[in-house]
Structure formats: structure tokens, C-alpha cells
Ligand binder design. Sequence first.
Ligand code: GDP
Ligand code: IMO
Ligand code: MG
Length: 424
Amino acid sequence: MPSTVVVGLQWGDEAKGKIVDYLAAKADFVVRYNGGNNAGHTVVVGDQIYKFHTVPSGILHDGVTAIIADGVVIDPAVLCGELSALQPRGIDLSRLKISSTAHVIMPWHRMLDSLEERHRGSQKIGTTGRGIGPCYQDKYGRWGLRICDLIDPDRRSRRTEEILGYKNSLIQNVFGGEPLDASDICEEYSDYAEAIAPHVVDTSHLVGAACRDGKHVLFEGAHGALLDIDHGTYPYVTSSHPISGGATVGTGIGPRDITDVIGVAKVYTTRVGEGVFMTELLGEQGEAIRQKGAEFGTTTGRPRRCGWFDAVAVTFTCQINSCNKLALIKLDVMSGQETLKIATAYEIDGERTTEFPQDTTILDRVKPVYEELPGWSEPVDQARTLEELPKNARAYVDRLSELVNVPIWALSVGERRDQTILLD
Ligand code: GDP
Ligand code: IMO
Ligand code: MG
């Protein structure tokens, strides 16, 4: 299918990176549409591990043009670090295009991220500390500095001076922090600007033309739908639109340009940072999944909270993303569980519902209603067809698909490209 969005259906880290890389073998363009270097997308090729934060995960394939689109926020230091790490690994970076209108994460954004978190105290979000929230705040508050401003020396200094005049008063007078120096920042950022400039284009024209010409375009979502600023578990969310609709606003295409939406979900649930987690396993069972699934953040290294699959939440996220295909991930991690639980409904103040309430104060009161399925003891990481899966593993994934009402497109049984069972 020509243009496909790959979107996370939970709280992030569903293995979008693996799925994008898998599909990119046949893609012409891979377009990252939201978020910044709060994302960490892992791709494993043989014994090589790649961790992408800003660069699209499809760049490893020679035929792919990789685009960082308008909706992404870019930390130039991190992006330059990623590029310098990829170059010696033989990746042709001339295929990378960066939107001239993407917003830039500046030092004041990182500083304000940590100052705001400190100010929130026990109500902290548990952000990645990468300046994402403050950068998007400034974009919408019209205090942003864009890539086109960064690569123009005059605009870079003028805009930095203007913005810093306001930000320093905030840093000093509201938070009691140390002011930042505009000329120091401009000097440091001029090096990044030089490295980034050759990649900068108006990417919306490129993506629009690719869709019109029937090219195979993959849209890579960051984070997960439950972290969406409008539809997630607010305020414990990120500041962008991970949902499939984010691919339109974040790249400049229209809804009719999208032909497929692949929703990616683990066969259990994880979450990093604070906020509600209806099916969380706090004891030994959660710890066992964390160890077996190596559930530690790709970006911050923080342990991920683990729990059972939440079919109420994923049914909701399949709907808001208009998913027509499901990728179920990490089936191998569930081998050895005697029984598996799936939340099929929520009990809230004595009432049962299958509708996902978005008000976090209501979510706090949820008691999951579980369905139990028998587990399987055999490892499944060598399975390459449905027939090679134990009967109970197959019954489990079929039940997940039935509950969320989206057909399975692929199953993942390990981190490597070949550890994928395609059902299409
Ligand atoms: P993303 O942010 O959605 O791209 O996901 P991350 O890369 O942050 O986290 C997913 C992790 O699971 C990565 O370390 C992957 O290498 C790994 N992974 C992907 N698929 C599988 C799988 O089927 N089984 C196992 N055990 N690991 C997987
Ligand atoms: P990928 O793309 C998991 C979480 C943070 C925090 C909240 C807000 O790898 O799936 P932010 O720094 O965005 O302001 O933090 O969102 N978060 C993620 N959790 N995977 C991610 O990205 C995440 N991006 C943000 O942990 O709870
Ligand atoms: Mg991740």
C-alpha cells in the first residue's frame, strides 16, 4: 500500500522502530512526523543495534529518503550526534531531509523542562528531560525558533536575543535560575547549523508529491497514542500528537493521502514516567516481565513499569487512529507464563464499562476486569509461521485481535528483523 502510518497504541516503546525498519525495505520515503529526542527507537540488524532518537528508523535501507518533517522538534546537538554516529557505520546521510519549519530545541527548553518538573514536586510528569514540553509550548506561544531561523546567521542571533530576553526573565524571576547567554548559545549553534543546513528543504512539498505520485511512504509516529496531548492520559502525556492524525498536521499531507494505519502494541503493557497504569503489576510478576523483556527506556534507561494487556485502552487507541492492521510485539516474552490476563472491561465506582474514560481522575479509580487465558511454556522466538506457534500462544493473540477488533498483520517474536511473522 502506498502510504502507511506506523503508530504506537500504548504508552510508547511498542517497537515502532522495528516495524518501520521492517517495512522500509520496500519504502521510498520514511517520514518522522512528531515528537523529538524523547523518542528512542531501536532497530536490530544481525548483531548491530541502532538507537534512533530524531533520525527516521528507515534510514538503514539504501533506497529510502528519510525525512524529519515539520511536526518534529529537533535538538541540533542530539541530531548532529546521531549523524556522526551513523556516518562511520556506512549510512549514506545525503538521503536525510530536514524540514525548514521544524522547531528547534534550545538550551532554555531543556533548562525549563527540569525547572518545571522540580516546581511540580510530587505532581511531576516524569518527563525525559529533553526540553520537549517547553519547546512545543513556545511553538504554540509563537516564541519558537525554527530550522530556517537556525541556519540563517542573522535570524539566528536576532531570534535568540529576542526570545532569551523573555526566557531569562522567566528563568530568573519565576524559577530563581541562572540566566543564559545569547552569544554563547549562538556560537555553539552555528556549528550545528552548518552541519544541518545541507539537509534542509521544504519537506511538505516532497512528501505531498510522493503521496500524489503513488510512492511508498511510511509515516513513523513517535511515542504512543496514550501519550497524545489531546487523547492521552492527560496531564501525564507528551506535548505532541503521536496519533495517526498527527501524520497529517506534522507533514503537510491531507487525511485522504493515508491508505493504511498499522497499530503497534506489545502483547502486554509498559509505561515509563508517572501517571495512571490500570493493569500495572507492581510485584514480582512485573519485575519478571521487566527482566525477560529487557524493559528499560531506550532514551533515559529508566526501568519501564510493566503490566497486563489492556484491551479497553487498546480498543480505544485503535479507534482514534483508525487502525486497519495490528502488529503484536514481544510474544516471546510471554513464554513461561502459566496464565495470561487481559483487561476486557473496567469497573469504575461499581459500574462496568468497556469505554475508555479519558479523564485521568476517573482512570485513577479503575479496577480492571480480567479474562484469563492459559499460557504456554515453549519459547517462540524461532517461530516464523503461525503454525509453528504453540496452540495457546495463537489463541492468545487471536483473542487480543478479536477484542480490539483489528486483524493481525504481523507478530514479532524477537528483536531482529527476521523474528517477524507476517500474516498479510
Ligand atoms: P519504540 O520506541 O516503539 O521504537 O520501541 P523501543 O525501541 O523503545 O523498545 C522496543 C524494544 O523491544 C527494543 O529494544 C527492541 O529491540 C525490542 N523488541 C522489538 N520487538 C521485539 C520482540 O518481538 N521481542 C523482544 N524480546 N524484543 C523486541
Ligand atoms: P518512543 O517513541 C515511552 C513519556 C515520558 C513521560 C512523558 C512526557 O520511544 O515510544 P516528555 O519528555 O515527552 O515531555 O515526557 O512521556 N515518553 C515516552 N515514553 N516512549 C517514548 O517514546 C516516550 N516519549 C515520551 O516518559 O512520561
Ligand atoms: Mg522507545
